[in-house]
Design a protein around this ligand. Structure first.
Ligand SMILES: Nc1ncnc2c1ncn2[C@@H]1O[C@H](COP(=O)(O)OP(=O)(O)O)[C@@H](O)[C@H]1O
Ligand SMILES: [Mg+2]
Length: 719
């Protein structure tokens, strides 16, 4: 910077310096509102505007965080020394700067470096940057900054670019009050990312056509939007490859696809949370039922295959249970008290008798003979009954080790004749393998009957049952057959496939009943995370995908750890915490939007490295946000409560210096539609559609649902 330039644009001198603030005394003739000595007129002095303090290595960039007047006894004014004589307080204009980086002059222009390594000293000259310098400060010249998100009104509308690798790779939080423009910003980021990538591909394709070398490519981008309010459904209708999932109101509705997250895709934790399974008795039972129902073994063309598998599954589980008792030692096969082995055996004997009566196939019937004989003999041997004071007392004697060994041997022989034990063939209780919901319920009931503490189990089974028979969610959690929705289809549908590029998946959650909302979102988020994890394991490269969560304070809510119970809302937050912490390793980026940052999971928020801050009015939320940025930068956030719509402060990893951005404008049809209730138009009959009231229809629908609870699904095991 030559001395002529410095003199020309000088507006004051450094008065005091500390690491987070530099105080500047303005010259008396420094501009009052507009600085015209920099080429194009620019607003000066202006909060969040930029000033430069030239030094030997370049110029320190300072962000204006405070402007004020202080009365000082010794004003310095060039040429007018006479003030020294009359020692009166004189109003002097001052301002505070936050040092944010260094502007360096290169052969082909300017470059911004983050951080400060040498501070200015008192008396250094402060200048207003010229057009070119301002542009360099806000523009983000680094190689990867490809997406144009808006302009900087404080830098003569220089365009602002961001690097998608930085923006999405280390998670982005878009925060601000309702109506401040978050959803538009998010929709815009997706749109401008795809547009930017398409443009670059087009240019390359043109070149490739000339060279005739490179094959035609499509933009290989994936965005998955979790949309709690159903705002985004129309925002991308001009783009190809947009898929929309929702709870369908009418079967024949062609505009959306039915959201499906079938019960067999849920893992044992998700099951435990939604069925509120208690840790001690219910969760082990649930895990066992899931493990066993998922473990079908090799099915062949045998017409009896299914029956055999079902029997093998059940009696293997009995075998395992007794084997566990045997391994636990003598206390586990007591005939009285807590470990009532007799009762367990009795329930198996009853099952053996029922099953062998019911079975049509002679060979299987015959296979039962030995078990039936051995098990009931042992059971009868130990069964004691006597009269005491007119009452019948029943109990079992203690069993011996030999008894258990005999039982195991005969069960084993039976299982051998059906094809062997059906255990540990791979899938565990968490593997997403198809099962029929009714089969699962049946199996769960069967194994529950062996449990000694029935009263705890019954209520649990009831909960599972009412979940699986709830008509309101059946369309989401039921699949008729293994073919209706395979895991393969699900991943292709929701994450995207090679045929569908670039892909945007919008999941409209607005019609999901709230009891099931968090579970469904947890399952989806986990499946998406696991899919990316596995992708990397098999391909050693990552698959970059962006997951967007709007209204994130609901789905990613800060929770308090209460007891051993896991609510599904907590589970939901936990999976997003996992994605926030580990997603980067597998290419999974998060974009969260929220109007209540203080209610968001702090773990997730602290993993976000870039912030786009819209207007934030509440004190709590402002404080929250200020804690996320270094002290020296908190000054820039003072403007948050008064930011107009479409203006936001961009700071963090994806922005070399914090800047105020005026976000690109989205056309009306490209905006997410947040539907505020139209009171006035409805009152005055101007609304697009008249609102008639017919409660009859609603009552029928409402009360009709109650019936499903009485109509239990067929349960063969229960007779
Ligand atoms: N980038 C933008 N382009 C056009 N209009 C915008 C933009 N950002 C905000 N708006 C206007 O502000 C309104 C509220 O924005 P919205 O994104 O729904 O806010 P929020 O999600 O924060 O509640 C929109 O309906 C739109 O009219
Ligand atoms: Mg919104």
């Amino acid at each position: 910077m030559n001395s002529h330039e410095i003199y020309n644009s000088s507006i004051g001198t450094v008065e005091s310096v500390s690491p987070d603030a530099i105080k500047v005394l303005l010259d008396i003739e420094a501009p009052q509102s507009t600085s015209i000595n920099t080429g194009i007129p620019q607003a000066f002095p202006r909060i969040n505007g930029f000033l430069l303090i030239p030094n030997e290595g370049g110029a320190i960039i300072g962000l204006i965080t405070w402007i004020g007047i202080e009365y000082s006894p010794y004003p310095k004014r060039k040429g007018y020394k006479d003030f020294d004589l009359v020692d009166l307080p004189f109003p002097l204009r001052k301002l505070s700067l936050s040092p944010i980086g260094v502007l360096k002059e290169k052969v082909d222009g300017y470059e911004v470096e983050r951080g400060i390594y040498s501070y200015p000293s008192v008396g250094d000259v402060v200048i207003v940057p010229n057009q070119e310098q301002l542009k360099a400060i806000v523009e983000n010249k680094e190689a990867g900054a490809k997406i144009r998100i808006g302009v900087s009104p404080l830098a003569a509308n220089a365009p602002i670019f961001v690097n998608p690798d930085k923006l999405f790779g280390r998670h982005l939080a878009v925060l601000g009050n309702t109506g401040s423009g978050k959803s538009c910003t998010v929709a815009g980021l997706i749109r401008w990312s795809i547009e930017g990538a398409t443009e670059e591909l087009e240019t390359e394709k043109k070149k490739a056509r000339e060279e005739k070398s490179r094959e035609e490519k499509k933009v290989n981008a994936r965005f998955i939007i979790l949309d709690p309010n159903g705002e985004y459904s129309e925002a991308f209708s001009d783009l190809a490859n947009v898929r929309r999932y929702a709870v369908k109101l009418k079967e024949d509705d062609q505009s959306v696809e039915q959201l499906k997250v079938p019960a067999w895709m849920w893992n044992s934790w998700e099951w435990a949370s939604i069925s509120q399974a208690s840790e001690k008795t219910q969760r082990p039972l649930l895990r066992r039922a899931l493990r066993e129902i998922r473990n079908k073994g090799n099915q062949n063309v045998d017409p009896l295959a299914e029956t055999k598998v079902e029997l093998r599954r059940y009696y293997t589980s009995c075998w395992t249970e007794i084997k566990n008792d045997l391994d636990k030692g003598i206390t586990a096969f007591k005939g009285k008290g807590k470990n009532n082995f007799g009762k367990k055996l009795k329930s198996i004997v009853t099952d053996v008798e029922n099953d062998s009566d019911e079975i049509k196939d002679e060979s299987i019937k015959k296979a039962f003979d030995n078990v039936k004989e051995v098990l009931s003999r042992i059971e009868k041997n130990k069964f004691k009954i006597y009269q005491e004071e007119g009452e019948t007392v029943e109990y079992y004697d203690n069993f011996e080790k030999q008894n258990l060994e005999d039982i195991l041997q005969s069960l084993n022989g039976f299982l051998e004749s059906l094809g062997g034990l059906l255990i540990y063939q791979g899938p565990d209780e968490d593997t997403p393998i198809f099962f029929d919901n009714d089969d699962f319920l049946g199996h769960l009931r069967r194994i529950a009957r062996q449990q000694t503490s029935q009263q705890y189990i019954d209520s649990f089974i009831m909960r599972v049952e009412s979940l699986l028979t709830d008509k309101r969610i059946a369309s989401v959690i039921h699949t008729e057959s293994a073919e209706e929705k395979t895991l393969l289809q699900w991943l292709n549908d929701y994450i995207g496939s090679d045929e569908r590029q670039p892909s945007i998946t919008i999941v409209d959650l607005s019609l999901l009943p709230s009891e099931i909302l968090y579970l469904i979102v947890s399952v989806m988020a986990r499946l998406i995370f696991e899919a990316h994890h596995r992708y990397k394991k098999l391909n050693s490269d990552v698959l970059p995908t962006v997951m967007v969560v709007d209204e994130a304070h609901d789905l990613i809510k800060q929770y308090k750890i209460a007891d051993d119970s896991i609510s599904s809302q907590q589970l939901c937050t936990q999976i997003f915490e996992k994605i926030a912490k580990e997603g980067r390793k597998f290419g999974l980026g998060l974009v969260i939007a929220s109007q209540r940052p203080s209610e968001l999971s702090q773990t997730v928020l602290s993993q976000c490295n870039t912030f786009l801050l819209h207007r934030i009015v509440s004190d709590r939320d402002q404080e929250m946000v200020k804690r996320l940025v270094p002290d020296s930068l908190s000054g820039i956030l003072n403007e948050l409560p008064v930011l107009p719509s479409r203006k936001a402060i961009l700071l963090g990893w994806a922005a070399p210096v914090p800047v105020m951005v005026e976000i690109n404008e989205l056309k009306t049809e490209q905006r997410p539609k947040s539907k505020d209730p139209d009171f006035w138009d409805v009152w005055t009959g101007k609304a697009e559609r008249e609102r008639k009231v017919d409660w009859r229809e609603i009552v029928d629908d409402w009360q009709g649902q109650g019936e499903t609870h009485e109509k239990k699904p067929n349960d063969d095991a229960n007779n």
